[in-house]
Design a binder for this molecule. Sequence first.
Ligand SMILES: Cc1cc2nc3c(=O)[nH]c(=O)nc-3n(C[C@H](O)[C@H](O)[C@H](O)COP(=O)(O)O)c2cc1C
Length: 116
Amino acid sequence: MPLDPYTDDDLNYNNPQSRTSLEHNDPEAVVELISTYVDGWDDYEVIFLGYPIWFGQAAKPVYTFVANNDFNNKTVIPFCASGGSGIGTSDQNLAALSNGGGMAGGDAFFKQRIRF
Ligand SMILES: Cc1cc2nc3c(=O)[nH]c(=O)nc-3n(C[C@H](O)[C@H](O)[C@H](O)COP(=O)(O)O)c2cc1C
């Protein structure tokens, strides 16, 4: 969960000045989360990573989660909710981010994709 919760105004994607719009347009923007810690993380081999699509990509807070966890040697199965658009390149962009976060074997990060 974001440390600073999103208000309805923040979530207004029709306003180019809303918080989510500004965060989406700023590649440097980082959304701080209350916690990125998952109990027993090291014991999991398969991670189902679900997120809403914002502006055709994963919602920005998900980036913080991915960047702050070690996905090395895990099979990640991404899935998304959206208003209609598909998962698009969102999973690939999260995989690239995880490399930047010091993850080894990033190419195999998303071994499978599920589309709804
Ligand atoms: C800031 C923002 C941007 C969004 N951008 C998209 C988008 O590009 N494509 C899309 O299909 N849905 C978009 N949505 C809709 C969300 O994906 C959708 O609300 C979310 O998956 C949750 O589904 P629900 O509203 O039915 O609970 C956006 C929603 C928000 C708040």
